[in-house]
Design a protein around this ligand. Structure first.
Ligand code: UTP
Length: 316
């Protein structure tokens, strides 16, 4: 073999040197974070909603931790104008790391996600809808299965919520979405599935409807913001034009995927917390503080007891 016949030599440590992923392995999570966060205004006028605090860390750190604990190794952040704080948050800051060199707990807290995850950032030029945001990640994801995690939706439970979807995908090769039963009044604000529940509790999804009227809904099972898709979802995004509210909906692409390749609903194991409104964000803060710290639990007990007493006339 002459030198020109020899296969190209890849320097150790370069991206090409890593072994190719097995076809079924889910490694990347797409995180759409380019929305305007109008329901949280004025909180979100200058601050990205995805970095608002959930007890002791930004919401996106909770999501990044769930991705790592579910076996993923890369985040694809879809951001837009005014969201550069998100990229900065996941960047290295050598001066800060140097300063924290004698405070290992704090050093760990500011470097954990960048040590565990590769971060890829793509821009969505205009917030044209969730489906459009996911479509913007197409090149960064490439031809492999991937997760989508909505940073507004947090799941507090015994195991990371995304992990069960990854397992279902890796066992069946079919897309999987997290679902939960919701009361009637929540149906008009959610994506609702139609399907047949199997003996193991998972649901073979036959159709999906975005924000139906309660009386028209095919079930009371709503989609929660965790998904695992094969790359074949990408050509289906936007294939049926704009959907509800003139946006490119992810739901429309999921309907096509369910029809052509199958899609599995996996019931939630834990509590769903919606941080997309000020009230939901406050409740998520309380729940995360309560479950995460004995000091916070004691302080909350004292506060709630005092507020409860001050509500009763004559008692303080
Ligand atoms: P939401 O609809 O909950 O977020 O989308 P929003 O649009 O920012 O909030 P409101 O409704 O105005 O209060 C769920 C996720 O999808 C992202 C959002 O950033 C959020 O994380 N998203 C939504 C995009 O990245 N691009 C879009 O065009 C729409």
């Amino acid at each position: 073999m002459t030198a020109s016949d020899a296969p190209p030599v890849t320097p150790p440590g370069s991206p090409e040197a890593s072994p190719a992923p097995s076809p079924g392995r889910v490694r990347k999570a797409v995180i759409p974070a380019a929305g305007l966060g109008t329901r949280c205004l004025p909180l979100t006028k200058a601050l990205p909603k995805e970095l608002l605090p959930v007890f002791d860390r930004p919401a996106l750190e909770v999501i990044a931790g769930e991705a790592t604990e579910s076996g993923l190794d890369s985040l694809v952040l879809v951001t837009g104008w005014g969201k550069s704080a998100i990229e900065n948050h996941f960047d290295r800051l050598p001066a800060l790391e140097e300063k924290l060199s004698r405070q290992p707990d704090l050093l760990d807290a500011v470097t954990r996600q960048t040590r565990n995850l590769s971060i890829i950032s793509v821009r969505q030029g205009a917030p044209l809808g969730l489906g459009h945001a996911v479509g913007c990640a197409r090149r960064a994801v490439g031809d492999e299965p991937f997760a989508v995690m909505l940073p507004d939706d947090l799941v507090l439970g015994p195991v990371p919520a995304l992990r069960s979807l990854v397992q279902v995908f890796e066992q069946t090769g079919r897309g999987a979405v997290l679902v939960m039963e919701v009361p009637k009044e929540m149906i008009p604000s959610k994506g609702i599935i139609a399907g047949k529940q199997r003996a193991d509790g998972t649901i073979d999804i036959t159709d999906l409807v975005e924000k139906p009227r309660a009386e028209d809904a095919p079930s009371n099972w709503a989609v929660v913001g965790r998904y695992v898709f094969p790359p074949s979802i990408f050509p289906r995004i936007g294939a049926s034009g704009s959907g509800a509210l003139g946006e490119i909906q992810l739901t429309d692409a999921m309907r096509l995927l369910a029809r052509d390749e199958g899609l599995i609903g996996v019931p939630i194991n834990g509590r769903w917390l919606d941080t997309g409104t000020p009230l939901g964000l406050m409740l998520a803060n309380v729940e995360y503080a309560w479950s995460g710290s004995a000091d916070a639990r004691a302080a909350l007990r004292e506060l709630l007891g005092r507020l409860e007493r001050s509500d009763r006339p004559g008692e303080h």
